[in-house]
Design a protein around this ligand. Structure first.
Ligand code: SAH
Ligand code: SF4
Ligand code: F3S
Length: 482
């Protein structure tokens, strides 16, 4: 039996209990953490400055690669002595790894209070109450939510930006990926609910939103299938393009971003929406995963390299100055040196403006685990470093092309590496550091001349000069032989 728990006493006054959330993984998890914070605050908790001083520590976990698991267990073991010294402290583990490994977590750390899965966040208050009188961790995991989860209160980290969930789950079967087994079948949110949320956010000071879904451009297919939406749009557009147009009409919304679309479902109406709607930013995240058709087939990614490059070409031809980023996995089972060379070739041809590169990580429960030809990690690491070197060069060249132009920056806040500077993002999602300036505060919009480029950032100077168009990537000199 664990006893509890009022606030802490300082000079006779009861102060609110405090919480600290550590988030692993993707933007969906960041958004879920904002909702967890909102739920805790409605219970009367207040934010703590760090893990050590918090009365409640919540780990919102990720399971996408093995190192995400290791990070969690490392952080839990650091916390154990604090918890044992102060049993009144609450420790909660939620999210994707909790969904996958609830029993392992409860076994490895029987001293924690609550384990909850990806569909159970709304029950957190009840679970915390149950944990008060339980000897072992209270575990609650369900396999699937029936409806789109009702909007829980979110406590946003910043005032000017918000994540907006348009769908949850994923119906794809990428062989390497654990997400569908953790987040369930794809469920789209009704367009009216999305628009109502966005209008409310704008009224609350938000000027930039990022639409979230595992596969944003299949948005709404389930609504059409179930008869909730009559047709895929009167203008013969996909529902995702319809949604972008509807959001483009929201007054006061300056920037719309989305992540991630899937190449197999990409349609031209999304490119034209990106071109025609002023608030949709000129940035496209289009995950390649591999440049080898053979590997793509075994990954169960149903597009091929040629189709991917055609999409890149169409994006660059349609949306002036668009920046394209990607995700690539190196060392998928059976990947040969020749397959890997094709990934390098497609990467060079696509001339990605930035890239997230990953070494393949074996995830029990995914179909790739049973494939032949798992590679020696040393071989994978050498390939990984070769690809990272190429993507770094491409990113540096892309940033260098912007030098001398004036771009719009939305300031995010003080630079994480240099207290003398502020950092912001261009519409194309490039990170730019500028010196301190009265207009350079979180949520401020400034014009900046871009003076110097590095691979992962630019340095700029705030200016009154008019904006230039972003400089796009020239078409490749040679087309890859794919
Ligand atoms: N739904 C998104 C991807 C979400 S996961 C999409 O399809 O674009 C983010 C990225 O993690 C993936 O694009 C992939 O590159 C990487 N990833 C997923 N599973 C992985 C694994 N088992 N090993 C290494 N990287 C992986
Ligand atoms: Fe995973 Fe593929 Fe779904 Fe993305 S589309 S979440 S990579 S299964
Ligand atoms: Fe995201 Fe990791 Fe879950 S990438 S969906 S938090 S497994």
């Amino acid at each position: 039996m664990r006893t509890r728990r009022s606030g802490r006493l300082f000079s006779g006054a009861v102060t609110a209990r405090t919480y600290f959330i550590r988030t692993y993984g993707c933007q969906m998890n960041e958004h879920d953490s904002e909702r967890a914070a909102g739920v805790l605050e409605t219970m009367g908790y207040r934010p703590a400055d760090d893990v050590e001083s918090a009365d409640l520590v919540l780990f919102n976990t990720c399971a996408i690669r093995e190192n995400a698991d290791q990070k969690l267990y490392g952080h839990l073991s650091q916390l154990k002595p604090l918890k044992l010294a102060d049993p009144d402290r609450q420790v909660v583990v939620g999210g994707c790894l909790a969904q996958k490994d609830q029993d392992v977590i409860a076994q490895k750390a029987p001293w924690i209070d609550v384990v909850y899965g990806t569909h159970n966040l709304g029950h957190l208050p009840a679970l915390l109450v149950q944990a008060d009188s339980a000897a072992l961790p209270v575990v609650e995991i369900v396999e699937q939510t029936e409806a789109f989860p009702s909007a829980l209160p979110a406590r946003r980290e910043v005032r000017h930006h918000a994540w907006v969930s348009i769908s949850i789950g994923c119906d794809n079967t990428c062989a390497f990926c654990i997400v569908p087994s953790l987040r369930g079948r794809e469920k789209s949110r009704r367009m009216g609910d999305i628009l109502a949320e966005v209008r409310g956010l704008v009224a609350d000071g938000v000027c930039e939103i990022t639409l979230l879904g595992q596969n944003v451009n299949s948005y709404g297919r389930d609504l059409v299938r179930s008869g909730d939406v009559a047709s895929p749009g009167a203008r013969n557009r996909t529902l995702f393009a319809e949604l972008l147009h509807a959001l483009g009409d929201v007054d006061g919304l300056e920037r719309i971003r989305f992540t991630s679309p899937h190449p197999k479902d990409f349609t031209s109406d999304v490119f034209t929406a990106m071109r025609d709607i002023p608030s949709v930013c000129e940035h496209l995240h289009l995950p390649l995963q591999s440049g080898s058709n053979d590997v793509l087939r075994r990954m169960q990614r149903s597009y091929r390299a040629r189709r991917f490059l055609d999409l890149v070409e169409e994006a660059r031809a349609t949306i002036a100055g668009v920046a394209i980023s990607t995700d690539i996995i190196v060392g998928f089972p059976g990947e040969t040196e020749d397959d890997f060379e094709q990934t390098l070739e497609v990467t060079r041809s696509a001339a990605f403006d930035s890239a997230f590169t990953f070494e393949y990580s074996r995830r029990p429960g995914t179909t790739a685990v049973d494939l032949d030809g798992h590679l020696d990690p040393a071989v994978v690491n050498v390939r990984y470093r070769r690809l990272a070197q190429l993507t770094r060069e491409l990113a540096g060249a892309s940033n260098a092309r912007q030098v001398g132009t004036v771009q719009q920056l939305l300031i995010e806040g003080p630079s994480k590496t240099d207290a003398q500077r502020f950092s912001g993002r261009t519409r194309t999602n490039r990170l730019v550091h500028v010196e301190q300036h009265p207009a350079a505060h979180a949520g401020g919009v400034v014009h900046a001349t871009l003076d110097e480029a590095a691979s992962f950032y630019l340095l700029g100077t705030v200016t009154d000069a008019p904006l230039d168009a972003p400089v796009g990537t020239p078409p490749p000199r040679t087309r890859a032989a794919v």
